[in-house]
Design a protein around this ligand. Structure first.
Ligand SMILES: [Zn+2]
Length: 238
């Protein structure tokens, strides 16, 4: 069952998945997908539409409800008997977390890969935690083309990607995340990071660095925006 009668011991996150560990070893794994939220609210608070699951929590005399809300249903809930089961199952399919990247680790993850950087960085088995908006912003900051084959990236470029990843994610976390229409944080605030987007959602606008118009195209089946002047495709052998 979904941690009935359990005492919550610790929380853990890998990429876009959250694990709630009970002190008896059981684990509840939540994937927020594109629009999922975990709310911690008073039991009397009105229940939002698309609330799929509710837990009653007690901390001392205080009572709270944890609610899993997911309008677009790309998320989900899974339970495991132990952390080892989680690591051997769902989390075995995930690469290192984006916030743990350093240039050496990232270089190993990109090595020999023929796919473009956009597709590679979106692949949760290579790096866990990066979504469409963040990859566009990271590649703009690193000045690399979304279609540059990942295996052709040179060492200084890998360092730029790793730096840009920590910089962009750090900024986004500080500003409360991005905004994709319905996205709200646990306190119901719209994320501020949307105002800092330099390329995402700005196709046709001027590049903030060089003034040329940004362009967009479908890359890795996702709408992708980049600056054709600052992010040039380099013809290289792998
Ligand atoms: Zn530019």
């Amino acid at each position: 069952m979904l941690l009935q009668e359990a005492t919550v011991a610790t929380l853990e996150r890998l990429g876009k998945q959250l694990a709630i560990h009970a002190d008896d070893g059981r684990v509840l794994c939540l994937h927020l997908g594109m629009s999922g939220q975990v709310q911690l609210v008073d039991p009397g608070d009105p229940v939002k539409p698309h609330t799929h699951c509710t837990w009653s929590l007690r901390e001392g005399r205080r009572r709270l409800e944890m609610r899993f809300v997911d309008p677009r249903r790309f998320g989900g809930l899974w339970t495991f008997a132990s952390r080892d089961r989680l690591l051997g199952d769902r989390w075995s399919q995930l690469g290192p977390d984006a916030l743990d990247l350093d240039p050496g680790l990232l270089a190993r993850q990109l090595e020999g890969r023929a796919r473009g950087l956009k597709a590679t960085l979106l692949d949760q088995a290579i790096v866990a935690g990066l979504g469409n908006i963040y990859v566009d912003e990271i590649l703009f900051r690193a000045r690399l083309h979304p279609r540059q084959p990942a295996g052709t990236v040179k060492r200084d470029e890998v360092e730029r990607i790793a730096d840009a990843t920590l910089g962009i994610l750090g900024q986004a976390i500080q500003q409360g995340g991005s905004t994709v229409r319905s996205w709200l944080d646990s306190e119901g605030q719209v994320g501020e990071f949307a105002r800092s987007h330099k390329v995402y959602g700005r196709s046709g606008d001027m590049c903030v660095d060089c003034g040329q118009p940004l362009r967009d195209d479908l890359v890795a089946q996702r709408q992708t925006v980049w600056c054709p002047n600052c992010q040039r495709l380099k013809r290289r052998k792998r």
